[in-house]
Ligand binder design. Structure first.
Ligand SMILES: Cc1cc2nc3c(=O)[nH]c(=O)nc-3n(C[C@H](O)[C@H](O)[C@H](O)COP(=O)(O)O)c2cc1C
Length: 315
């Protein structure tokens, strides 16, 4: 069995990436039911909301699922306690070091899987007791680091002894196979799950992702130290213009505040932030979470067999 499946008690090494305001119990439960690891994003939400989501997820599936704790959230301390109290089996973390929660989570036998953008941070997380890491390349939607998945995953896999999950730019069996070849033990996928039938993101958001081409995303916020990848629109144009004019971090953060809610919940895809990965151009159809996972596994096997045959016959 794949070691990450063994460790987490899941059937397929496919994580549904946490997506703030978007990945609630509905998509998380559907992905876990289909054999992957569904993940509820705590984002900046209060602990009460998260407790309800965790309980709703348990109503829909008895399979393992995870929660993503955004460490910069004003509610991070309460959220960290709630995941432990509610018996969540897996926690992924973003935007910082989960060190201060490690003892609590480990005492509950939880698996802790930080999302990392570099080798140095991956090594620090391993030293701090992480069970695995998600190495996320900058092709991803949402907040990003500097390195691409292609260069990040093999370097992280070579530097740590815990399983590495590859994220960023993976949406079909070819990307899945490539990630495994680079040393990953599994993949985390965000953008493709945006258009899953069970995903409750606004319809206008889904349509925009389905219509996107390979060159439709852009990165804003490099000057603030918090770069974000999303689909180009009025918001990204104003943001980039203000960055060019030397706007202060405060002004820029005001412009970005509440922007994901505006598009994901209210459907304002012109003035809201339509976070999405560069792989959106490959995503052209709506499917259930189960169909997505089955298709990924089928393609992974086909593409791997095809390449092995090609290499053995031609090289
Ligand atoms: C709309 C959106 C919101 C996201 N929000 C979060 C988040 O709250 N926490 C987090 O760790 N990652 C977040 N991510 C990153 C995903 O969990 C995942 O790692 C990433 O989408 C993988 O790359 P892909 O988009 O190319 O599939 C977000 C991504 C998207 C597209």
């Amino acid at each position: 069995m794949n070691s990450i499946c063994d460790m987490l008690g899941i059937k397929y090494p496919i994580f549904q990436g946490a997506m703030a305001w978007i990945s609630n119990h509905a998509i998380a439960a559907a992905v876990s039911e289909a054999g992957g690891l569904g993940i509820i994003a705590a984002g900046n939400a209060p602990a009460d909301w998260l407790r309800k989501e965790i309980r709703a997820c348990k109503e829909k599936t008895d399979k393992p699922f995870g929660v993503n704790v955004m460490l910069l959230s004003p509610y991070a301390d309460e959220v960290a306690r709630v995941v432990a109290e509610e018996g969540v089996k897996v926690v992924t973390t973003g935007a910082g070091n989960p060190g201060k929660y490690m003892e609590l989570w480990k005492s509950k036998d939880m698996k802790v899987i930080p999302v990392v953008p570099s080798v140095a941070i991956a090594k620090r997380m391993e030293k701090g007791g992480a069970d695995a890491v998600v190495a996320e390349g900058c092709e991803s939607g949402g907040h990003i680091g500097e390195l691409t998945t292609m260069v990040l995953v093999p370097q992280v896999a070579g530097a740590v002894n815990i399983p590495v999950i590859a994220a960023g730019g993976i949406a079909d069996g070819r990307g899945f196979a490539a990630a495994m070849m680079l040393g990953a033990k599994g993949v985390q996928i965000g953008t493709r799950f945006l258009v899953a039938e069970e995903c409750t993101v606004h319809e206008a958001y889904k349509e925009r992702v389905l219509k996107a081409t390979d060159i439709d995303t852009v990165v804003t916020g490099r000057s603030t130290g918090h770069p974000v990848r999303g689909l180009k629109n009025q918001l990204t144009r104003s943001f980039l213009q203000k960055e060019k004019e030397g706007a202060t971090v405060d002004e820029l953060e005001k412009l970005g505040a509440g922007a994901l809610y505006k598009s994901a919940i209210e459907g304002d895809i012109m003035n809201g932030s339509v976070m999405s990965g560069q792989i959106a151009g490959l995503i052209t159809k709506r499917q259930s979470a189960e169909e997505i996972i089955q298709e990924l596994m089928k393609e992974l096997k086909e593409v791997t067999a095809e390449k092995v045959q090609y290499i053995t016959q031609n090289m």
